[in-house]
Design a protein around this ligand. Structure first.
Ligand SMILES: Cc1cc2c(cc1C)[n+](S(=O)(=O)[O-])c1c(=O)[nH]c(=O)nc-1n2C[C@H](O)[C@H](O)[C@H](O)COP(=O)(O)O
Length: 496
């Protein structure tokens, strides 16, 4: 058994000519990999000759080095007792954050999904909050996503026997307890050490489907392994320019039992999320799927650092190939107009998610609920309303938002940030409470609109004319949301 390396051995290799790093107590020679790194070489050189574990973890699946770094560069175990721990200069912001954590409200004081966002804003690390909370450009679409639901009013039925309420439904053939799923959101470990696995555990407890992101912090297999037998997961796919890599990922997901392939079609390039950019994301780029280490401009924030492999050339002509390489149902995630829904039906995919990526891509794109109100009447007119499954996501924060979407014809909705914020602030207990609150709201509101089951939900229960009136600000100010978003430029107010 070769002797362990010491911290001094590693520290001798701290330049671009010879660069060793320590990750999880093992040393790696990454000299030749430097120009390949999607996040650029600078970020690795910052940790040359040192322990890089703390920066590596939130961005990279655990098996990244095993998968992508040649074995000959794996140098073996390091005696961590001999590694000098760098004294961190006092960061007043971090000290203030830790202070706020001491005073954060107990979980029981979170009564709705916005409460989690308000708490998370105060207790999350700056880069993590910036990454999760940011929308593209002026964040108009991000705010519209939630506001748009306030343009839809209910037309409740009375004197309906709603003693028993059944909110279960099926999504892509899977029976779920409530018509929402945990949508794909990258870099789960920015908010919580367990990352996407924490969401897996929450989804399992509530029999809710989890969509696994391509850009997860945890490895795909870690997330699949964390699921209980019978627990259903889908894969969200960013298509790689190198289709061989993409084919391997899709085949592996199918072999592991994924029950849906959601191809993201609204991100030929990731949007400009300025809060993320402002936090000067300096971490390494995730996912070493990229073949060549483009010299990514670090100031572009996390998004740009981790997405250089995505193929902007993806087009309708690629869909038959996807249909040929997998039996999983294929859903196009990020469709934003009825013409593309009709095209999706034509090319034979199984569904679409009407989505603008949570307002993180094209700013002033319409909200999912507004596109839904455009799509469904056209599909009904052509007798196509059941040809494929229609989902929406973006700005869903109340069970009434879910009910409005289903009344207008959606099969279910995806929810992103709320579960990230609940996880980041309170871990699994937070995710669990967030889902339980939605179930509570759902049962109550189904009773109040006079619907005993999902089958009872129909367009007659809502008045969606407010969505058609263009974008005149007819929406009441969403005060809850205001306290969470960074619309306020002042210092972070005290945790509530
Ligand atoms: C909040 C968030 C959303 C991301 C997301 C990361 C975060 C932090 N990321 S991103 O880094 O590339 O933008 C993904 C992603 O990996 N793939 C994807 O298809 N959608 C991604 N989305 C969009 C997500 O799947 C939903 O469309 C969006 O979150 C729904 O809006 P709400 O957050 O308001 O529920």
């Amino acid at each position: 058994m070769s002797p362990k390396l010491t911290g001094a051995d590693v520290a001798q290799h701290s330049s671009a000519d010879s660069c060793w790093v320590i990750v999880h107590g093992r040393a790696y020679d990454v000299t030749e990999f430097l120009p390949e790194h999607p996040g650029g070489s600078k970020i690795i050189l910052k940790y040359a000759g040192k322990d890089a574990t703390e920066e590596f973890d939130p961005i990279h699946p655990r098996d990244t080095l095993d998968k992508y770094l040649d074995r000959s560069k794996h140098l073996g175990e390091v005696d961590m007792q001999t590694v000098k721990v760098e004294a961190k200069d006092e960061d007043p912001e971090e000290a203030a954050r830790l202070e706020r954590i001491e005073r954060m409200p107990p979980l029981e004081q979170c009564y709705n999904l916005m409460d989690f966002e308000a708490v998370a804003r105060n207790v999350m690390k700056k880069t993590a909050w910036a990454y999760y909370s940011s929308g593209a450009d002026d964040e108009i679409t991000m705010r519209e996503n939630h506001s748009a639901f306030h343009k839809v009013w209910f037309r409740p039925r009375v004197l309906v026997d709603v003693e028993k309420v059944d909110m279960s439904t099926t999504m892509l053939g899977t029976k779920v307890d409530i018509p929402f799923y945990v949508t794909a959101t990258a870099l789960g470990k920015l908010g919580h050490a367990e990352g996407e696995v924490c969401l897996t555990k929450g989804a399992r407890k509530h029999n809710v489907i989890q969509m696994i992101p391509t850009l997860a912090s945890c490895s795909f297999d870690e997330i699949m392994d964390a699921a209980e037998p019978g627990q259903v997961q889908w894969l969200q796919l960013y298509v790689n320019k190198n289709r061989e890599i993409t084919k391997k990922i899709v085949e592996h997901a199918e072999a592991r039992g994924c029950k849906g392939l959601f191809i993201t079609v609204d991100a030929p390039q990731l949007g400009r999320r300025e809060k993320d950019m402002r936090s000067k994301f300096s971490d390494t780029g995730s996912n070493v799927q990229a073949q060549s280490g483009d010299n990514v401009d670090r100031s572009q924030g996390a998004a740009r650092a981790i997405s250089s492999f995505i193929d902007p050339g993806l087009s309708w002509k690629d869909i038959p190939w996807f249909l040929s390489i997998t039996k999983m149902p294929i859903i196009l995630k990020g469709v934003q107009r009825v013409e593309d829904v009709l095209r999706a039906i034509e090319v034979g995919v199984h569904g679409v998610v009407l989505s603008n990526h949570g307002g993180r891509q094209l700013d002033t794109a319409r909200s999912g609920i507004e596109v839904l109100a455009e799509v469904m009447p056209v599909l009904r007119q052509q007798g196509l309303e059941t040809a494929i499954e229609i989902y929406i996501d973006g700005g869903v924060r109340r069970a009434t938002d879910i009910l409005k979407a289903l009344c207008l014809g959606a099969k279910g909705v995806g929810i992103g940030r709320p579960f990230l914020f609940a996880m980041s602030a309170y871990g699994l207990a937070g995710v669990d409470r967030a889902m339980a609150l939605l179930k509570e709201e759902m049962e109550m509101n189904m009773r109040l609109i006079g619907a005993a089951s999902i089958a009872d939900l129909n367009p007659g229960l809502v008045d969606a004319r407010g969505l058609m009136g263009g974008h005149v600000q007819t929406v009441p100010v969403d005060t809850l949301g205001l306290s969470a978003y960074d619309a306020l430029s002042g210092p972070r107010e005290q945790a509530r």
